[in-house]
Design a protein around this ligand. Structure first.
Ligand code: 4NP
Length: 155
């Protein structure tokens, strides 16, 4: 059965598109037989229709991930039935997600990094007002989180 995964951040232009692209690429090379459907969304509507932030695209490209074709969208109540896992980048967005959840929602709603072990924090910090190192940190955490999630799904 296909594992349907939606990554969620605030704007859907930095963290969740990175998680989406990294999960796809890591799955293709390390878990090629795992059936996956992956998407991302923001809790806010500020950037709907836009590609990822240019700093996000550039940092990802340096590691071989192509995020340029992705477009931002906002989370919708239908996502709670269209996906099996709604995985937020931080607690603020996890709390925000609850506002969009229909009463009969059955999807697993949690933090992306809850599957990873040994990290200092279970949140992916917002890089938007940061520098290059903050975008690199998002990539590091997404690579670790993606491998942990894929191991869980394939177990
Ligand atoms: P994201 O980052 O939630 O990782 O996509 C942000 C993108 C945009 C804004 C904040 C965070 N913003 O304030 O526009």
């Amino acid at each position: 059965m296909t594992n349907r995964i939606l990554f969620v951040c605030l704007g859907n232009i930095c963290r969740s598109p990175t998680a989406e692209g990294v999960l796809r690429a890591v799955a293709a090379s390390e878990f090629p037989r795992l059936p996956l459907y992956v998407d991302s969304a923001g809790t806010a509507n500020y950037h709907v229709g836009e590609p990822p932030d240019r700093r996000t695209i550039a940092a990802a490209r340096r590691r071989g991930y192509d995020l340029a074709a992705l477009r931002a969208r906002q989370i919708a109540p239908a996502d709670f039935s269209g996906f099996d896992y709604l995985l937020a980048m931080d607690r603020a967005n996890l709390d925000e997600l609850a506002r969009f959840a229909p009463p009969d929602a059955r999807a697993h709603v949690g933090l992306f990094l809850e599957f990873a072990r040994g990290l200092e924090s279970d949140e992916v910090p917002d890089p938007y007002y940061g520098g290059t190192e903050d975008f690199e940190r998002v990539l590091d955490l997404c690579e670790t989180g993606a491998r942990a999630l894929l191991r869980r799904l394939s177990a």
